[in-house]
Design a protein. Sequence first.
Length: 242
Amino acid sequence: MKNALVIPVRLESTRLPYKALKTIKGPSIIQRVVNQCIKTGLKTYVITDNEYIAKTVSFNSKQNQNVYVILDQKDADSGTHRIANIVNELCEDNFINVQGDQPFISPEAILEMSNFMITNPECDIVTPVSKHNPDKYDDPSKCKVVRSLSGRAVYFSRNPIPYGSDELWGHLGIYGYKRKVLENYHKLKISPLEKVERLEQLRFIDNDISIHTYETNHSIFSIDTWDDFKYATKNYSNFLTL
């Protein structure tokens, strides 16, 4: 089974416009994501709708033969949709979707998912979860998840769920997909829940496709808002020690 990393990135962002190109102590956010992915040794594809992002990443990663930049300007309403647009151009069996706003993601967190997919081939979609920091639990930019006893994701929300529970799980925004899931993505019906919550993974749940979760000890920080960006810039040195 061959695994590859795929980083979908767009220029526009509702909550933090042009965030992919914002810089943190030198490199842009998207270039930092790419640099972390390179450390895994896995082939890495960057898929973007913007020529400037494509040229910038290509220039800064030109010495690494494991990085490929693909310009996709077809319509896409999510990162997963963007990957599905070009999956037939790729040859791997499994694809790990690393978000373009996770500049400090650890290579170990990515490899943990890669190994999980290889050792659990029955899982079509996988994603990590961890006990949520209570300080962030009311933050709508941070996704929460309810799991079944077997680890299947029952529901994702921006709201605190489940009500009254003392076991609260936060979702970390990295996904693993089997090839067939992405090849059939365009056949899925658009999800009413996805529209309400603005969470792309709900399209799979609404179409009765299981998402398997696994617990991780890794922390994956995403820059979703201006406050996140300011925090990342101010605490840059702390992230380097994670």
